[in-house]
Design a protein around this ligand. Sequence first.
Ligand code: ZN
Length: 316
Amino acid sequence: MSRWRWLAALAAAVASTLASAAGFDYQLQPRKVADGVYALIGKTENFSRENGGNIVNTGFIIGRDGVIVIDSGPSKAYGEQQRAAIARVTDKPIVQLLLTHAHPDHVFGNQAYPGIPIASLPATAVTLTQSGDALLGNLYRLVGDAMRDTEVRLPNAAAADGAFSMAGRKLRLMAARGHTDGDLMVFDEASRTLFAGDLVFFERTPTTPNADLPHWLSTLDSLDSLDFAVLVPGHGPVLHDHAGIAQTRDYLRWLRDGLQGAARRGLDMPEVLQLPVPERFQQLAVLKTEYERSVTHLYPAYELDTLPTIPRSKPK
Ligand SMILES: [Zn+2]
């Protein structure tokens, strides 16, 4: 290596060390979606070093006496920058963090909220207690430096289905399941804004590593009758209509029916992975990867369902 090349390499290494010492900048920009209601919209991508894990929508609601935060994002740095972004909008104190579910992109910013009540459904707390470290380790591998110093912080309060008044703001917490076994939705009565968590995806292929498709589909059906003005999905653009609910349902029904049909025809997993995906889903972000993940997670159970049950002989 020539001396100049060596110096250039050294300069690049120094610049990169300085950049990482400064920390990952998520460039969070709160977007007002209703009166006193804001969303922080992530990218419709897979986890990567470039996006620092910011593939998620989070939000906050400003009440008379304080701020309620919905999900804390993928890392300590995200949580800290989320707090800073909130402080640019309001000087009211943060009084509550609500977690929609246990997936890593939604909960690993908890560390930025010491001393603040962090509430989730009991199932979310159980998953994070049992698998939080494994989920976190996986995110370190996928995202790298933006995760620096991030640790698991468990919820310290239980959320339950029903009315929830906080900081002078009337919310309705809606307990459901389907995307995971504990999916919390947050409905703001004054603005009729629904934070749907990952029960609703829009323009981004749904993820299913912990999904129960029949429960998820019936939860989506129950949302049909909810009179909302704004819907913040877990991933994808903010909506003012039912298009995200319809799209998520359409994809999940197609997935369920395809896997069921393939199992009945006796296809093996590599054959299912080759099945054509309808044209109407081709514009969904991360389609190929998520379809492959879904087949891998879900197909074995559908195959098992088609196996004949042999009656067990009675003990003599
Ligand atoms: Zn999720």
